[in-house]
Write a protein that binds this ligand. Structure first.
Ligand code: ZN
Length: 163
């Protein structure tokens, strides 16, 4: 829904009441601002979508303790190439940013977009990639300076499968 600010007398009346100037919003405006906290957020999202979604991704990465080294420039380019932000806006087939190789985190070359449903299906595929010496191949990305990246995964054929 596009954000529309009220104008003229209506705006003056809202300002006198220290209300957010967005049409239909009765929440108090933030101190010294024209809109409420929620709408400030929404406006930022509308005006600078790349910066907004970059921030969301970085916060999520931090929360999940994932490596995050991509720049806003790289992210912007990634969005343009994949149409991520456009697709995200649509109701059906919502898209998420996914890591090709989970352990590598959010680094250049390791991002892809998936439909929300595909993301959970992929977990199984990933499991087998890591646990079967038949299909696991070394990633084409330089992993030498990533902390904790296993240099060589030794696979025990008798290892128990946890599900
Ligand atoms: Zn508001």
């Amino acid at each position: 829904m596009p954000i529309v600010l009220v104008e003229g007398k209506y705006a003056e009346r809202k300002q006198a009441k220290k209300q957010c100037l967005v049409t239909g919003c009765t929440t108090p405006a933030r101190k010294g601002k024209r809109v409420c906290c929620k709408h400030e957020h929404e406006i930022r999202k509308e005006k600078k979508p790349y910066l907004y979604w970059y921030g969301v991704l970085r916060r999520n990465a931090k929360r999940r303790k994932k490596v995050f080294t991509i720049t806003l420039e790289y992210f912007t380019q990634f969005c343009n190439e994949t149409g991520y932000i456009d697709k995200k806006g649509r109701k059906s087939g919502s898209m998420t940013i996914d890591r090709v190789i989970d352990e590598l985190g959010y680094i250049e070359g390791n991002l892809q977009i998936l439909e929300v449903g595909e993301n959970s299906r992929k977990q199984y595929t990933d499991y087998w990639k890591h646990h079967s010496d038949q299909t696991w191949t070394e990633p084409a990305i330089d992993t030498s300076d990533i902390d904790g990246w296993p240099k060589k995964v030794v696979i025990d054929p008798d290892e128990e499968v946890p599900f």
